[in-house]
Design a protein around this ligand. Structure first.
Ligand code: NAD
Length: 707
């Protein structure tokens, strides 16, 4: 046995789970074999007063099944059925031990870990701040398949169980105690003693027999109760997933069908609903996204692992507009002293008000306390005097998007800042390499591209100019992580990573409009594919003036393949800037959702080059293939270091659907030969639909972007 230790003293058996060489306890095949071995020993003992399962890792009970094994699972149903049954048998064997059993949970107890814990008569939680209980399976396209959909409803009731399983969100011990998922939550240092007391009480009162029986029996919901509970839950799931994710619906089905049956029969239903999901494309994609996020969390930003980030203690932010105040707020929330500078006093006042409002919002949502808010605000200084920046380790520039203004600012800051101060520009469109040339230490100059709104957008692009040093990149990556962001390192190029790939998609939407497609049809094609909103709505939300300006930068840089369109320019010229001005493609007179606007017809007529009916397949193909061609170029040019950077960048930056795994993984799933054939259909439209050499070679060799 490698991962489990059994000790027996005073007639109490303590099983300690501590997977060697890993921060997390996960349930892979080797660990299951260890559980079987422990159970064989326990089953031979008739002298035990109790069995306790605990973890040897601080802050970690059991993180769940081994996702590497699950991600590699094929679709061989008989094989998968055996694996599922193995876990079910282990849990059932714990449930049959002839003495009371307790799971001591002092850390994360998730997925398969919670299923194991539910096989125990009692669950007792410690006070470690990482302690939480939940079923995140739906987030990787699965359902709890080791009895979770059957035991949880029997312990906390079907409605709460459905909520926990379908949302995938974990709960803290206080809530777990309220709903009866755990017996109690106690200070960690008292856990063992409390467990012994609980075992004595359980034995004396016989309560453990009741706890066991309750888990074996049907719940006994009336037909009315059942139909109401599951209709409400289903409506909520459909609203959230737009019907695109099968797992939460399968989980509901398992709970609904199984809850009025004896446990054994319920488990069979669960298994039959679980197996089609294992190894499915959606599950594999979501597991891949999980691992891409893990890779990003560990990535330092450069190949040389020996390069350490510099310490950043004082940060200056120049520009107190939308972005500057957002970036300052992100620093304050993480306890970093921040100086916010602007040329205009009223902008500073507005900036501070915006920061206060955002911090207040967090208090209202219960995400922080009023004390924490005051503490954060006390770290903020504002000034109009550039000399105040002199002792900053990092200065982030977020002034207006005008190269002249930015260059003038850098010239003014040159004598004030130390030679080793890192200077990072938040520009969306201006070349970092070009701006760095005029800086005294180009090695210390980079881009740090936050997305709007800063407090909600996870992605930060760290832009490497041609002379940016590895040390600067590593420092900025570490700093962005300190802010709780997900930084992706991108080589300087027009549009950087996300906007460079986004604009071909936006342009294609405008081109389709001009050829005759209906704006709603274009948006619908994109949302059906899984995008959170269509490109026409997105244009209105971003602002058509911004879309026009940023689009021009990308279109000019890649003029050989950029499709020139007129519609956005016409709308901007007429003052229709999108949501912010009350009208763009749609009208916002009746609210932020946008309604059809008859006035749009005039502009469409003016710009239309054709009036043909365009099938939804063509719309979808053109939107996403145009994006894909650009993504392949970005990868071939080495703008990012890994295909996962492209996929995660789009997932985090524009809400590309996670269930598709990312843009490049979507192409892999379709097959590159298929993609190249589909591109050929649109070749006449221009170079933007020409398969790249990389795509052609992958198609020929049967290769994939992700090897
Ligand atoms: P904004 O117009 O809201 O704010 C710009 C601020 O800079 C103003 O308060 C202005 O007074 C101040 N300013 C101008 N010149 C200055 C100077 N010399 N010294 C100090 N302050 C000066 O602009 P924003 O939307 O916050 O954008 C700022 C930067 O962030 C731009 O480079 C923009 O491209 C980039 N960006 C914007 C977004 C977005 O969605 N708004 C997203 C990503 C990046």
């Amino acid at each position: 046995m490698n991962s489990l230790y059994l000790t027996i003293s005073d007639r109490c058996a303590v099983v300690t789970f501590d997977l060697p060489g890993s921060k997390a306890n996960t349930l892979g095949q080797a660990v299951l074999a260890d559980f079987e071995a422990v159970l064989s020993q326990l089953e031979q003992r008739s002298d035990l007063d109790g069995v306790v399962l605990q973890s040897g890792k601080p802050g970690m009970f059991i993180a769940g099944a081994d996702l590497k094994e699950l991600g590699a699972a094929g679709t061989d149903e008989a094989h998968n059925r055996r694996l599922v049954q193995r876990g079910l048998d282990i849990i059932a064997r714990f449930e049959r031990l002839p003495c009371p059993t307790i799971a001591l949970i002092d850390g994360a107890c998730l997925g398969g870990g919670l299923e194991v814990a539910l096989g125990f008569d009692y669950r007792l939680c410690g006070s470690h701040p990482k302690t939480e209980l939940g079923f995140p399976e739906v987030k990787v396209g699965l359902i709890p398949g080791w009895g979770g959909t059957q035991r949880l409803p029997r312990v906390v009731g079907p409605s709460l169980a459905a909520e926990m399983i379908c949302s995938g969100e974990p709960i803290k011990p206080t809530r777990a105690r309220e709903i009866g998922l755990i017996f109690d939550a106690v200070p960690s240092e008292n856990l063992v003693e409390e467990a012994r007391r609980l075992l004595t009480w359980a034995r004396q009162s016989g309560d453990w027999h009741l706890a066991r029986r309750r888990k074996q029996q049907p719940i006994g919901l009336s037909e009315e109760q059942a139909s109401f509970t599951f209709a409400v839950a289903k409506a909520q799931v459909l609203q959230k997933t737009k019907g695109q994710l099968p797992a939460p619906l399968a989980a509901l089905e398992a709970i609904a069908q199984g809850c009025n049956l004896p446990l054994d029969e319920g488990l069979k239903i669960e298994t039959n609903l679980f197996l089609p999901l294992v190894g499915s494309v959606i599950s594999r994609n979501l597991i891949a996204v999980f691992f891409m996020n893990q890779r990003l969390a560990k990535d330092t930003g450069v190949a040389d692992a020996s390069i350490q980030p510099r310490t950043i203690t004082r940060v200056g932010i120049v520009g107190a507009g939308i972005m500057g105040s957002g970036i300052a707020g992100a620093h304050l929330r993480r306890g970093i002293p921040t100086l916010m500078l602007d040329v205009a006093a009223e902008q500073l006042t507005k900036g501070v008000a915006a920061i206060t409002k955002s911090l207040q919002g967090r208090v209202e949502l219960g995400r922080s306390t009023p004390q924490e808010m005051l503490q954060a605000l006390s770290l903020l200084n504002t000034s109009q005097n550039q000399a105040m920046l002199s002792d900053c380790d990092l200065v982030i520039e977020a002034v207006v998007e005008n190269e002249e203004v930015k260059n003038r600012l850098f010239r003014e800051l040159q004598p004030i800042l130390n030679d080793d101060t890192i200077v990072a520009s938040n520009t969306s469109t201006i070349s970092i390499t070009r701006m760095a040339e005029a800086w005294k230490k180009p090695a210390h100059f980079a881009g740090l591209h936050f997305f709007n709104p800063v407090d909600r957008m996870q992605l930060v692009e760290v832009i490497r100019g041609s002379k940016t040093s590895d040390a600067t990149v590593v420092t900025l990556v570490a700093h962005a992580k300190r802010l709780g962001k997900s930084p992706i390192v991108v080589k300087d190029c027009p549009g950087f990573l996300v906007n460079r790939i986004l604009f071909p998609y936006m342009n294609e939407a405008y081109a389709l409009l001009e050829e005759g497609a209906d704006p709603r049809a274009i948006d619908k094609a994109a949302t059906t594919f899984g995008m959170p909103m269509g490109p026409i709505t997105l244009s209105d939300v971003v602002g058509l003036d911004t879309a026009l300006y940023a689009g021009k930068v990308v279109n000019t840089a890649f003029a050989d393949r950029a499709k020139q369109t007129r519609i956005v320019q016409e709308l901007v010229a007429a003052g229709r800037l999108g949501q912010k001005s009350g009208a763009g493609f749609y009208s916002y007179a009746k609210g932020s959702r946008g309604s059809d606007d008859p006035a749009l017809a005039f502009f469409l007529e003016k710009c239309r080059t054709d009036r043909r009916a365009i099938a939804v397949e063509e719309i979808t193909d053109r939107l996403f293939l145009a994006m894909l061609v650009e993504a392949s170029l970005v990868l071939s040019e080495g703008i990012v270091r890994d295909p996962a950077d492209v996929d995660l960048g789009l997932l985090l930056g524009i809400g590309f659907p996670a269930f598709r795994g990312g843009l490049l993984r979507w192409a892999d799933t379709e097959g590159l030969d298929q993609i190249v054939r589909r591109l050929a259909k649109y070749e006449a439209l221009g170079k933007r639909f020409q398969a790249t050499p990389q795509m052609l070679s992958l198609a020929k060799s049967g290769g994939r972007f992700f090897s």
